[in-house]
Design a protein around this ligand. Sequence first.
Ligand code: NAD
Length: 459
Amino acid sequence: MLSPIDGRQLTTLATASAGDVDRACASARAAFEDGRWSRLAPSARKVVLHRLADLVEKHAVDLAVLGVRDNGTEISMALKAEPGSAAQTFRYYAEALDKVYGEIAPTAANVLALVHREPVGVVGAIVPWNFPLMIGAWKIAPALAMGNSVVLKPAETASLTLLRLAELALEAGLPPGVFNVVTGPGCVTGEALALSPEVDVLVFTGSGATGRRLLQYSAQSNLKRCYLELGGKSPNIVFADAPDLSAAAKAAATAIFRNAGQVCVAGSRLLVEASVQAEFVSVLAETTQKMTVGNPLSLTTQIGAINSLPQLEGNLSFVTDAKNEGGTLVAGGARTLTETGGWYMEPTIVTGVQPDHRLFREEVFGPILAVTPFATEAEALRLANATDFGLAAGVWTANLSRAHRMIRGIRAGVVHVNTYGGADVTVPLAGTKQSGNGADKSLHALDKYCDLKTAWIQL
Ligand code: NAD
């Protein structure tokens, strides 16, 4: 496995074969059936999840550095977004798990109908490389909280923090067999997990192309439920009446360029009112040119590495296509820091991007911003929704009524107003359209990890 920081060999990882995956699933199933975790009192499960949060916090710096070395996220961001939010997520679901009640239904007087919430059994989880610990915790914590067993496959280019998490889980007192990690490529290890008849529910974060395959694997195997958190092409919409255009321009740069654009909710399409476009793009380009691209382990780096060479090459192909389709490059556009041996790209801004251009339609998952002007609120809304995706959006305006109209009109899981990218574990992240289904985070996520069972009792 190569490090994106310098392109050198970092470590080697085992490829779990289909047989290995079967063994992991059998171990998860056995643990579930004998009740070592699934039938433990909720108060006891809660203690273990809190201890795991404590251990993640205790080892936060080590975990952040380990993750940066294999995925390339800038360390300043990784510290907060990876161990920081993973610990918060384990605490949140530890606290939630003994506050989830069943129901008594309002039936006729001669019947008592109870609705039990039961763990689903074995949860398969497949996660991407951009924030493995955070996204992994979004799946693992609510799944374990409800009493399930888990088999998780991390991305082949970002497995180390999740392997370490499995060690910490044992140290926290999670019984062996309840949480299993299998490493390897998607087409071997991931496919075997998605096809396994032992997996009751599959939770996934990654690309739409893989999401489609997982639905096929489900259909070919046991019709396991699949919850997919997929990509985005999120509009960041700036009206001329934004409270502070200069602040909005700086925020627009962060919205796309943090973690080198490798953020599912990145504000990758800037829709800007034509009357302020020139002024806005000028501040944006100036801000972008001052951003430091560099070694992600340096505290002063604002834009870290691209996760892999194929990903970097894919990003550059978007720049070539954008120019060929008539876009104008106003910042960046090239690979940089080649002397390091690592994979770095300049933050890139392309103006004049039209709705039929590739850069408008397809997710790059890299540091490239597409800029498109609009004349009216109706046009802004039309452009915002002119995409197959529906993950996130931003709206900058001082007009409260317009802000609410846009929130209602935009089809996305989250709409930010006069900011971009705020989130925490208390609110759901849920895609619409081809950005996915189901929700990560918040109490709503618990529904994915429970079956409802009715007991109908004649009195
Ligand atoms: P990817 O789909 O290539 O890989 C994701 C995971 O799926 C990896 O673990 C990979 O090994 C596995 N995989 C690949 N092929 C597989 C197969 N045939 N069977 C089973 N598993 C397989 O995605 P990526 O490049 O790692 O991640 C980037 C994508 O993730 C982007 O589209 C991004 O927007 C999305 N993402 C979404 C969210 C969200 O919350 N909606 C968050 C982060 C990233």
